[in-house]
Unconditional design. Structure first.
Length: 206
């Protein structure tokens, strides 16, 4: 589910493209916080998250990403741009760091991230305020990126399968499969926690 009004976003976008800076500022205020939170959880680096969010909004302001309202809502589009920017950074880092052939050719069934993933920093830890949540954060950060994507978007941002499929550029069946595997991996990792403390929500999204 989109946390903003797509029609309102489109009106603001139209005004922004006509030169209304106040419209851009409103879009920034509405989307910056959830976008930064996603980037922070996904990249586990405050510096990377800040840079990614800045790049996303600079692209929006200059219309370099050419968002088309007829092809989806702005929030999902911005999350998709952020995800692609993070993936590019990760790919550049993998090229810089010497890795094995197995790490470079990550298998779809791999549940946990390779050891060369970005180190987490204090802002990421501050998103979770107690010991149980800290263990959830660590388990989440250890997931392979393609599993972390769907969990963060579904569990932390309450997005639908449709929105997640659009952001991650995969089909809905793959969203369901990755979410199921990610949940299973997280629950296995967190099996020692008290039953009532699970941070993974149940149910289905449409």
């Amino acid at each position: 589910m989109s946390l903003t009004n797509p029609l309102h976003d489109n009106n603001l976008l139209r005004e922004m493209r006509a030169g209304n800076t106040a419209a851009f500022q409103t879009l920034y205020r509405q989307h910056q916080a959830p976008l930064y939170r996603y980037a922070l959880l996904r990249a586990a680096s405050a510096d990377v998250a800040a840079d990614v969010v800045q790049d996303v909004f600079m692209g929006l302001l200059t219309d370099s990403y050419q968002f088309d309202p007829l092809r989806g809502n702005l929030q999902s589009f911005l999350f998709g741009v952020a995800r692609n920017l993070i993936l590019k950074r990760e790919e550049a880092r993998r090229r810089f760091v010497s890795t094995s052939a197995d790490a470079e050719n990550e298998d779809e069934d791999q549940e946990w991230a390779s050891e060369d993933r970005m180190e987490e920093d204090e802002p990421a830890r501050q998103l979770f305020s107690n010991q149980v949540a800290e263990q959830v954060r660590q388990a989440l950060a250890a997931l392979a990126p393609h599993y972390r994507d769907v969990v963060v978007l579904y569990e932390m941002h309450d997005m639908s399968y449709v929105d997640i499929a659009q952001i991650c550029q995969i089909d809905i069946g793959t969203v369901r499969s990755r979410l199921s595997r990610a949940r299973a991996a997280l629950l296995k990792k967190l099996a020692h926690l008290e039953p009532g403390n699970s941070a993974v929500r149940g149910g289905t999204a449409g």
